[in-house]
Design a protein around this ligand. Sequence first.
Ligand code: ADP
Ligand code: MG
Length: 576
Amino acid sequence: MTIQKLQTLLINQIAAGEVVDRPASIVKELVENAIDAGSTRIEIQLEHGGKDLIRVSDNGIGISPSELELAVTPHATSKISEEADLAAIASLGFRGEALASIGSISHLMLKSRRTDDESGMQIEVDGGEMAKTKPVAASVGTAVEVKRLFFNTPARRKFLKSDGAETTRVRDVVQRLAASHHDIAFVLRSGDKTLLEFQQANSKERILSIFGQELDGELIEVDGNIQGVTLWGLVGKPSVARPTSRHIRVHVNGRSIADSSITHALKEAYRGFIEPKRWPTAALFLEMEPSLVDVNVHPQKSEVRFSDRDSIWRLVNKTISGALAKEDIVPAYVPGVHMPSVGGHGMQVEFGSGSSPSFSVEQARRAVAGIELPTPSTPLPTIMGPDAVMQVQKCFLVTQDEQGILIIDQHALHERIMFEEFSKRIAKGNLESQRMLVPDAFEADSGQLESLETHAALFEKLGIDASASGPASISVYALPTLLVSRNVKGGKFIRELLDKLGTSDFPSSEEEALSAVLDMMSCKAAIKAGDYLNPQELADLLQKRKEIERSSSCPHGRPTTMRLSIEELEKRFGRR
Ligand code: ADP
Ligand code: MG
């Protein structure tokens, strides 16, 4: 084939393939135009998932009759005019290609009227063919109708999913746009059904109407800033974590975006609060000078590039972890509700099941059976003072605070404490290390030997000295002091660590890897279920619990503490 210049229509259809691939992306472009036009009310009507009709009407500033043709012409825009504007885009649109693209693959009708115009004006584009403008009756604002979607690009039409699936995507797009434009009212209808209806509201009310009113009281407000960037948002308490990341909304300068770095910063802030497999609920709004973010990096403008990605990561992470640390997040014991059970090691606590709460009957019976009689060798801690604590079944500690009875999983709590201790020490530099009197040698396979080499830097940071002492053996010469003081066996520990480091799903980023190893070390060093604790140890443990942030859950997200509130007790004893 010889090289030839493409026809304008073909160029537009190719562009349309990137910008408008389905009803949801058309709705996104049209609603963004309506937002850019300063509207306060935007209505969207769909027929058959948008395949037969998409109509977006607004009450914005409208388009001058003389510019109607330009509006549907490719690369014609009122939003930027010179190169410098591209570096600081304040509007949602800027490429001037949406209306032209949509017009090339459908039958598009655009009518508009400005406040001072005597009547409205209309233009139609059919598969790229523009008809003459004509006056029509219209209210102030703009309405765009898209019919016969993809009639001239049948391959694309075939890619569309069922009406229901396309409608769901449109709904999602409208929710995302509505989240960051709380001062605009939105209505989405499909056929004669109203799917979404948002009144003008404040930011918090809008988020609640999107996420569901049942989250009222379950959201924590976060607020932070660094030079040139502010962050505001609402994040869910750990109790409302979800199995998918669908309830994470990130907005930058009023634009809903997907950003793996911000999502990661958010998820990391919840480390220890929710199980690793679950996702927090969050609506985050970042505002920054337009020059600090490049929005021109994605055809549908759903990703952006920050000039300083790392400081945005830190802003999000620190703001949210700070806010979570301030909350008192001790899960309440609610009869009949299963606590999240997490796979992994250590004790699992499951309170209550169905209509017969197993805690009050079964656990209490075992608790009573587990109380050891005071003998000189095992003195019971005093049960008189408010700080009194009782070890039950060598596994749980029972004490009280102002709000009720606290039940603590001794392993989970100590693990949390160890994790904090390790994290604190490592933040200051390499972990302090203690040489072993006799090196601990073990037989190693090639995978373990390879892990040892690859992770040399990590080992140094952790205060571990281990090296190959033969073609198939490794000797351990030094371990972190904190592990030695907890009687952790060098050889066994290093073997497990090397195996863990060698697995394919082990995190590759330095920060995450370190955190995962500290997790493991904390677990190994922690008091186990079955360990007897003397009164001094009990007192120390409870004292440390008060000192550390997030003592209410272990690094794996299992609760360390559960509270049986006075109100709950009063209810159960018929006092309320
Ligand atoms: P862009 O939004 O990138 O400028 P579009 O093709 O989406 O490109 O729109 C072209 C132009 O038409 C816009 O720059 C704007 O001036 C005008 N326009 C489109 N939709 C509306 C609307 N709903 N209200 C007012 N003006 C609009
Ligand atoms: Mg646009």
